[in-house]
Design a protein around this ligand. Structure first.
Ligand code: URA
Ligand code: SF4
Length: 213
């Protein structure tokens, strides 16, 4: 078995009916990898049925795990602000993650985020592919290295290649930028403001490419 072709995957839990709702319902019972045991629930993507922009993050965080909705915690609030600043209506977007369960480790009373590994990412990939093929976005935006490397290969460097449109068969336009959580982790306020401005600039490029198409 190759590392990228897990024995069990999300594909084993696919519904008969190929609709977004059928996929969401089926994903709720997914046991395609071991992460289903650790998370509270599957956090499937959410948003407009035929959104022009589809955002891909890494995995749900603490608040997403509890609410069952993607990007509703601190990173989601930063994303919301940045979308407003870039003139993009979140209601016209679809937001999801490469991995649909929260992977965490206990530290005291807190649950600390742990990065998903290659196997978990590969096992969960069929859900993401289904979302791509049903939503059919004009632009896919990778938020952070995990999403960018999952879609563009392990050599992809967000630090060097962010904010540039990249040729892909996944959508007419694809671009990667930083993960909003990385902005929240900036060491000081000035850096944080600066990083946020750059993030908004990347989102403005997305709005611009859509206005031309
Ligand atoms: N970080 C992510 O990558 N995804 C979420 O849904 C929330 C935080
Ligand atoms: Fe299924 Fe993905 Fe959850 Fe693993 S992380 S159990 S593949 S939904």
């Amino acid at each position: 078995m190759s590392r990228d072709k897990p024995e069990t995957s999300a594909a084993d839990f696919f519904p008969k009916r190929k609709s977004l709702k059928a996929f969401r319902d089926a994903a709720a019972d997914c046991k395609g990898c071991d992460l289903w045991e650790r998370g509270t629930q599957t956090v499937f993507g959410e948003g407009a049925r035929h959104a022009q922009i589809l955002f891909v993050g890494e995995q749900p965080g603490n608040e997403e795990d509890l609410s069952g909705k993607p990007f509703v915690g601190p990173a989601g609030r930063l994303l919301d602000d940045a979308l407003v600043a870039a003139g993009i209506d979140r209601a016209h977007t679809y937001v999801t993650n490469v991995v649909k369960h929260f992977k965490w480790e206990p530290r005291g009373k807190r649950r600390i985020h742990k990065k998903p590994n290659t196997r978990e990412i590969a096992a969960c990939r069929p859900w993401l592919e289904a979302e791509f093929s049903l939503v059919k976005p004009k632009v896919i935006v990778c938020l952070g290295a995990t999403a960018a490397q999952a879609l563009l290969g392990p050599q992809f460097k967000v630090t060097k290649q962010r904010g540039k449109f990249i040729k892909s068969t996944l959508a007419p336009h694809l671009i990667a930028t930083v993960h909003p959580s990385s902005i929240l982790r900036a060491p000081d306020d000035e850096t944080r403001q600066d990083e946020k401005r750059k993030f908004i600039d990347d989102l403005k490029k997305v709005a611009h490419v859509l206005s031309k198409s």
